[in-house]
Design a protein around this ligand. Structure first.
Ligand SMILES: Cc1ncc(COP(=O)(O)O)c(C=O)c1O
Length: 390
């Protein structure tokens, strides 16, 4: 491997949300919030260093080069031809989702979420005065599938206006297939429900699975959806705060643009632009090696559970670096499990219930860390489980 993902890079003292949210003298091992403990692609660091060297950090405009980099990447890697006029940039995918909800709903409208799902979806819906309508995913044989009959029923309610699709899905680990996405589209289109696709994890897909952009399926899917994209997860640049909203419909774009200005999240920063251009123009080799490393981490974790903790099934991971473990055999509520793990071992995972009531009994692991760190985390977890048996 050309890039050294085994290197343990101390992050304490960098104002890292993941590492610095607990006192430094506590031996906390954070595998919670979704950023990676790897240095980003060298091409990105170099582009940022050049920009820093300039020394002037005034307001920025987004250059054509930025759009070209995104468009070329999606066309080449995902067979999806975007048009520059469909773009609205903003400071993150969560701000993007929030403004799209504001733009396309009235308070009281229903928004479908496929639970368990990324926790900010819940707050974005609530903060806009909308109603959460759940279409719970079905968990069977360590994987999740969509309950289409339930989706039909939920979207048939005329008060339901949007569906937030997480593709690939955090924390279920699914990379939705073309067939599944087609069916979601058919059901939503028939019922006049717009699909808002959060595709932030789209590059983090493992062999045997293919990311299909929801909007790339057909003209109708494109015309009745809004997609939120960012290189932030895959290139570990979340702190640079940049994302794109892709909306084909001019009227929808106009409404989103209004909402963005009302929320005052219409500006991005010079580093986000430089990093995006470098990631999409020069970052692919790094990304492919990152994926190999993440897959090996996942296999390592699965072997560990299989050998030492067979009572705890690990959900199949098709994409993302967020692993969902079924800890129901421990008979401890997730919130309590998370707290005692942290208190007794320092290992900081996410409680499944952060992602909705359907996550009860589960824990989420962020495995985007050097293998030795993952091994340390697994060992702490094993001791924790062993101690509870006595
Ligand atoms: C599905 C999903 N959407 C959005 C985000 C965060 O996006 P941003 O940092 O661009 O607001 C995350 C972070 O984990 C995520 O998992």
């Amino acid at each position: 491997m050309k890039y050294d993902f085994d290197e343990i890079i101390p992050r304490r003292g960098t104002n890292s949300y993941k590492w610095d949210s607990m006192p430094a003298d506590r031996d906390v091992l954070p595998l919670w919030v979704a950023d990676m403990d790897f240095r980003t692609a060298p091409a990105i660091t170099e582009a940022l260093a050049r920009r820093v060297g300039h020394g002037i950090f005034g307001y920025v405009r987004v250059p054509d080069e930025y759009y070209t980099a995104v468009i070329r990447w999606f066309e080449r890697r995902h067979n999806w031809l975007l048009d520059q006029s469909w773009f609205i940039y903003t400071s993150g995918v969560v701000p993007a989702i929030s403004v799209v909800i504001k733009a396309l709903t009235q308070p009281g409208d229903g928004v479908v979420l496929q639970t368990p799902v990324y926790n900010c979806f819940f707050s974005s819906v609530r903060n806009n005065g909308c109603r959460i309508v759940t279409n719970p995913l079905k968990y069977e044989h360590q994987t999740y599938r969509i309950d289409f009959e339930d989706l039909e029923r939920k979207t048939a309610d005329p008060g339901v206006k949007l569906m937030l699709l997480c593709n690939p899905h955090n924390p279920a680990g699914r990379v939705w297939t073309r067939e599944e996405l087609c069916r979601i589209g058919e059901i939503c289109l028939k019922n006049g429900v717009t699909v808002v696709a959060d595709e932030i994890h789209c590059e983090l897909v493992f062999p045997g699975h293919t990311y299909t952009p929801f909007a790339s399926i057909s003209d109708r899917h494109l015309q009745h959806s809004v997609t939120c994209l960012s290189p932030s997860k895959s290139f570990n640049i979340a702190g640079l705060q940049i994302a794109n909203i892709i909306a084909w419909d001019r009227e929808v774009r106009h409404r989103i643009d209004r909402a963005i200005n009302i929320n005052e999240v219409c500006d991005v920063n010079p580093f986000g632009i430089e990093a995006t251009v470098a990631a999409y123009n020069e970052g692919e080799e790094w990304l492919l090696q990152l994926l190999d490393y993440l897959k090996a981490n996942y296999d390592f974790l699965c072997d560990f559970f299989h050998n030492h903790l067979p009572q705890i099934p690990v959900t199949e991971l098709e994409g993302t670096y967020l692993v969902w473990t079924d800890c129901r055999a421990l008979s401890v509520p997730s919130g309590e499990l998370q707290e005692s793990l942290l208190r007794e071992t320092g290992l900081w995972l996410n409680s499944g219930t952060m992602y909705g009531t359907e996550g009860e009994g589960f824990l989420r692991w962020n495995i985007a860390c050097p293998r030795k760190v993952l091994e340390d985390a697994l060992t702490r977890f094993l001791h924790f489980v062993a101690d509870r048996r006595h």
